[in-house]
Design a protein around this ligand. Structure first.
Ligand code: ASP
Length: 329
């Protein structure tokens, strides 16, 4: 049995300060990270370290995440029972979801990170890394797609949200709860959602070229920013109020855009679904759907954007987009 560890940087690895500057920067390699984990030896599983990036997670890209999935697939082909990815927490809900959409293996691919850097009292990185390695090695974690192990909880990437800017309990799955927990070192999977078939392999150049904007609707919104968007972008995700509503003045603007590019309706609320057939006012969900917007269901705006980019990169037509949104939303 062996586990591959792919490192991408982030707070978990930010153990250094550049001369003449303030603030921590990424310094720690995968070997440093594993050396800082008490109890790792008792796990009895060799860890094969692959340092791939050393960046704040704000700098990660879709292309790099496809590369990570390829690297993880190679590790599995070479015999790894599971793969752990360490990265910054800021974009983890997007990167782990992207990986989940294309990960084809039964072997667990487990993301983790940290909120307290290694120079602080009580850094959470070592505990999170140990939990992630345990999950990656657990037979029960197979066939669950991409997982996130943090704070002794196991989350499905498809439901994960970063909910707090500093708390070590930042990660949650508001719509579904965690899939499991790590208790006294034992991985307890409490619920097993059925897995979606992976999307077909995505070409990185086409993903780069798939520009999808995210527009958050606000009180008194005049929609000025949306002008000309269809000339520069191939898709748009709208984070509407509540169950998927926008000011009435915005409805024709969005309808016109939906005539030119796919526009997906989501909620800016942080949890819950957009509705399909409850409200009837101009700017409500029924009105926007009539104008051609696609219903994002339970997908939060960030995940809807990740999914739409991958689908557009794969050349999906409008029927395929609607079907994929129904499946994942
Ligand atoms: N800004 C950091 C990052 O995402 C935060 C973290 O790692 O928690 O890289």
């Amino acid at each position: 049995m062996s586990i591959a560890l792919i490192t991408l940087g982030g707070t978990i690895a930010m153990g250094g300060v550049d001369r003449g500057r303030t603030g921590v920067v990424t310094r720690l390699t995968g070997v440093d990270l594993t050396a800082a984990v008490p109890g790792l030896a008792e796990l009895g599983v060799p860890v094969d370290v692959r340092d791939v990036q050393a960046v704040p997670s704000a700098n990660l890209t879709g292309r790099q995440m496809l590369d990570v999935v390829d690297e993880a697939s190679r590790a599995v082909a070479e015999g790894a029972n599971g793969v752990v990815v360490t990265q910054g927490t800021d974009t983890l809900e997007e990167s782990a979801f992207l990986a989940d959409l294309v990960w084809p293996h039964a072997a667990p691919l487990v993301f983790t990170g940290a909120m307290r850097n290694p120079t602080l009292a009580g850094p959470d990185g070592p505990a999170n890394l140990l939990a992630a390695l345990r999950v990656a090695a657990a037979p029960d974690a197979r066939d669950l797609g991409v997982l996130v192990a943090v704070n002794d909880e196991v989350h499905a990437a498809r439901w994960l949200r970063k909910t707090h800017s500093t708390s070590t309990a930042t990660f949650a799955s508001p719509n579904a709860g965690p899939l499991g927990q790590v208790i006294e070192g034992e991985v307890r999977v409490l619920t097993r959602p059925s897995r979606h078939a992976p999307l077909p392999p995505v070409d990185a150049d086409r993903l780069d070229a798939a520009r999808v904007a995210l527009y958050v609707v606000t009180l008194d919104d005049d929609g000025l920013l949306l002008g000309g968007l269809a000339d520069t972008h191939q898709g748009l995700v709208v984070a509407g109020f509540g169950v998927g509503h926008v000011p009435s003045a915005l409805a024709p603007v969005l309808g016109e855009l939906a005539g030119r590019i796919p526009v997906v309706l989501t909620s800016r609320s942080g949890a819950g679904s957009v509705l399909r057939n409850t409200y009837g006012a101009v700017g409500s969900e029924t009105d926007l759907q009539r104008r051609g917007l696609l219903n994002g269901g339970l997908l939060d705006p960030y995940k809807a954007r990740v999914l739409l980019r991958l689908l557009l990169a794969g050349g999906a037509d409008s029927t395929e987009l609607t079907a994929a949104l129904a499946r994942h939303g």
